[in-house]
Design a protein around this ligand. Sequence first.
Ligand SMILES: Nc1nc2c(ncn2[C@@H]2O[C@@H]3COP(=O)(O)O[C@H]4[C@@H](O)[C@H](n5cnc6c(=O)[nH]c(N)nc65)O[C@@H]4COP(=O)(O)O[C@H]3[C@H]2O)c(=O)[nH]1
Length: 606
Amino acid sequence: MGVGQLAAAISALVFAGAILLGYEWVALRGALDDETRMQAAIVADNVAASLMFGDPQAAGEMLASLRQTQSLRTAALYGRDGRLFARYVAPGHAARPGLDAAMPEVGMLAVTQAVSYRGQALGRLELVTSTDRIVTGLLRYAGLLALASLGGLLVVAVVMARTRARVAAAERELHYLANTDAVTGLPNRRATYQWLEDAIAGHRAKAGQVAVLLIDLDNFKLVNDTAGHAAGDVLLRQVAAALGGVVRPPDLVGRIGGDEFAVIAEVADAAGAHAIGERLLAALRTPFALETGEVFATASVGLCLYPQDAPGMTEVLSSADAALYRAKSGGRNRLVAFVPEMTLAAQRRAQLEADLRRAIEQEALLPYYQPQFDCRTGAMVGVEALLRWPHPERGFVSPGEFIPVAEDTGLIVELGRWVLRRACADVAAWDRQGAPPLTVAVNVSARQLKEPDFLGDVLAALHTSGLAPGRLELELTESLLMDDVEGALTFMHAVRVAGVRLSIDDFGTGYSSLAYLQSFPINQLKVDRKFVQSLPVAGHTIATAVIALARGFGLAVIAEGVERPEQLEWLRAAGCDHAQGFLLGMPMPAAQLLALATRPATPVEA
Ligand SMILES: Nc1nc2c(ncn2[C@@H]2O[C@@H]3COP(=O)(O)O[C@H]4[C@@H](O)[C@H](n5cnc6c(=O)[nH]c(N)nc65)O[C@@H]4COP(=O)(O)O[C@H]3[C@H]2O)c(=O)[nH]1
């Protein structure tokens, strides 16, 4: 209990005690008054005869009988003329001056009673009693009250002190929980940002810079998915320890997201910040030991300096984020420092995302179709569906620009579902309008494959359009397959059972191992246009190898990006089954493709 509270409690108790004592005084004094009056009435009756017969001795004896009454001080009987007739004075006390003495002394209570006989006034009797007994009782009562109050105060003070200690401990616990990451024990996002805010606020007058390094683990998701969450937590703790080993107080390492950490350090200049960034990368390049084996948790690091690169907390964070994004998109496992152009790129990207969201809502994107031809017969055998986005201000935006945004934001799931439905519906409609039975290849993103009901989406698109499953070909990229081999295999087997065809896009550009290739239930390999473009001068080694590989595994092979007749000629001679490219047909709107497909002669013969 604080001094102020104690004083308030004591004042309240004193006030309450005073009211109680006052009340008690009035009550007890009233009782004494009643008692004395009653005595006076009895004595008055008894002394009436003495007064009437003028016998003061008998009256004095009668008054003296009151000696048993402890508090009585004097009893005096006055005649009709007001003269004293008889008196009793308690031993050790003085007599009162007379009946008309105005007020009784302090501590005394005086009661007068008329003495009469059959209605005839004979005189007056005055009894004076002391209130000492009441005062003594009240003092005792006040003492007890004070003792009880003190005891109560003591108990309250002890209880309050304990409650306070408990509240303080709970507050400390809450503060810890609110500011600490439960897995690593590092400051969490909130505490890290608070630290940054304080560092910026405290820095203003100082020289040097506050460096913000955002660290994103490159392989964490893979570890979490393959080795389980417990292993993921162990890895996070080891990473936290490794980062902590690089940074010295007062600099801070915090965990600000699933696999995102931040380091806030006060440095002399940009070189100092770079040095920390490099040390962080080096610390994460050493393998971490998990129960399932060693893993490498390399990281991408984005660096931004306050005040050199950004004027405040929000800007410094978004700029570090832009640098981190650049580090990730630039191939990961690297440190990228913020440069002003990144802000523009980030703004452009954010704008693109907003525009894309709107375009998807308004179904403003278009499926274009690029024809695919049989290299031997020259007949059109299929199409590849390629998205086009006619942007109201920017004209056609390249899928190379908006597909990664759609993938990052998850918009690709909805977009991909829509393309699937449109592509199947368009090809089925062409059938009805006299086109040859074309296959339609649709690109699939890794994110779509991870959707639990992607297979359901594929089957629904086929069912709604009425297209035979064998006419739909899903194009999967090598990197997509290697991202989650088990998941991809499960999906591939299921979709193949349904009769849908599978093709590996951009073959030769990823890291697929031949062992995997053997286990993938695919129908076709697609030679990447990078190899086709340098044909026939260069690139033929890989192109020949891919064609041979396809033959070996009993797969069809298609070449994309055929731009020149000699490339087509080379592919035809090398035994490539199908070809697509600007030479044979540009990606075009559905109506134009239908016109081309229903035309008697095919361009490959040209
Ligand atoms: N230089 C050259 N290029 C040629 C030639 N013939 C065709 N191309 C281009 O090559 C790309 C082939 O598509 P991709 O490898 O699947 O690569 C596609 C694909 O990965 C992605 N994409 C496009 N539409 C979709 C879609 O609906 N879903 C998904 N997930 N990705 C899509 O965007 C990428 C780029 O698409 P586009 O810009 O349409 O670019 C297309 C096409 O226009 C040629 O002779 N020379």
